[in-house]
Ligand binder design. Sequence first.
Ligand SMILES: Cc1cc2nc3c(=O)[nH]c(=O)nc-3n(C[C@H](O)[C@H](O)[C@H](O)COP(=O)(O)OP(=O)(O)OC[C@H]3O[C@@H](n4cnc5c(N)ncnc54)[C@H](O)[C@@H]3O)c2cc1C
Length: 381
Amino acid sequence: MPRNVYTEDHEAFRASVREFVERTLKPRAEEMLQSKVIPRDIWKEAGRQGLFGLDIPEEFGGAGADDYRFNAIAAEELSAFNAAVSSCFGIHSDVCPPYLVDLGTQEQKQKWLPGMAAGELICSIGMTEPSGGSDLAGLKTTGVRDGDDWIINGSKTFITNGNQCDLAIVAVRTDPTKGAKGITLFMLEKDMPGFTKGNKLDKVGQIESDTSELFFDNVRVPDANRIGEEGMGFIAMMQRLPQERIGAGVSNVAHAKQILAETIEYTKERKAFGQAIGSFQHNKFKIAELVTQIEVAEAYVDDCIAAHAEGKLSPVDAAKAKWFSAEVQNKVLDECVQLHGGYGFMNEYRVARAWRDARVTKIWAGSNEIMKELIGRDLGL
Ligand SMILES: Cc1cc2nc3c(=O)[nH]c(=O)nc-3n(C[C@H](O)[C@H](O)[C@H](O)COP(=O)(O)OP(=O)(O)OC[C@H]3O[C@@H](n4cnc5c(N)ncnc54)[C@H](O)[C@@H]3O)c2cc1C
């Protein structure tokens, strides 16, 4: 199916991202896997290549592209290389900046956005807590007003870029009596006394990404670091989660599509019983099904990309794209492992890494169950 969501400008940008992947990321893939982190110089190089400033206005060091299709191109190319790099960069450049661009004061924008666009200030976002992530309105980290400051106590877990981050957008309960309307967002800076980071968590997949706990022990945060109005944090997150979820959808499809393409090549070369394994009717039909599933998922995700670029993507459609693409991605990659036989279970094979990297996409950014809950509610159920 020809895709018609992108124009020549987007494809030109794709070529530059692809070049960045070839030149900067691919030669360092093994290093990132061993060190379990994306080195700082790679963040800065990505910043120089303009990967982080797409949502940031030019006056604050970004490209001010104001067209989500460029973000989607970056997510596709990074995911085709590696899911972990795509998720770390995505949180930093796709998920965090809109909070500052849309809700930040002029001072906040001047202070943080240029460094974020340059890849010099790495940003994370802390919503999930050890006691639960699905029930975001039930979060327990507290913020108590003290003059011009807030005193923040609590913790967050599973935070992407958590160990490396210079900045963390943190959701805090500032009014214990108001449920979802008692949540406020703050920007925490890495050197604030009482703000500490846990070790990098030992994950099953996406080994290269840094996922950590964040701890807040009487952290004194100036009111000047409050993002948006007091009590409006939950609404701010709900309004911006569709971009995180369509980003997940784009990445899920691109990741599985690339590994499927590599698997098809493998099935043409690998022989059993004197013939290419892809030529057995069972495998041929299986691959036909997988290609179809990817293209059908991609068509829906493309429609969501186009809608989001026009500011028309609904949270429910983003939820559909997120859970469905995660399901397809995981099914496709499981079959790709099968088609590789024993080699598919070996860590040195990309297909094995991709398979374990994909498992989390049904859990994070709102689990598939929560996505279906949102869709069901919208149906009046
Ligand atoms: C690698 C990784 C990176 C992450 N990065 C970030 C990050 O950068 N920032 C951040 O804030 N969070 C991050 N998360 C957290 C992620 O968003 C949460 O793990 C997720 O939202 C689920 O929350 P939970 O783990 O507390 O599970 P729980 O909320 O405890 O849920 C457990 C199970 O119960 C199900 N469940 C819960 N409620 C319902 C319901 N109403 N109906 C049906 N089923 C339900 C869930 O679907 C799940 O299957 C990350 C997680 C991982 C693993």
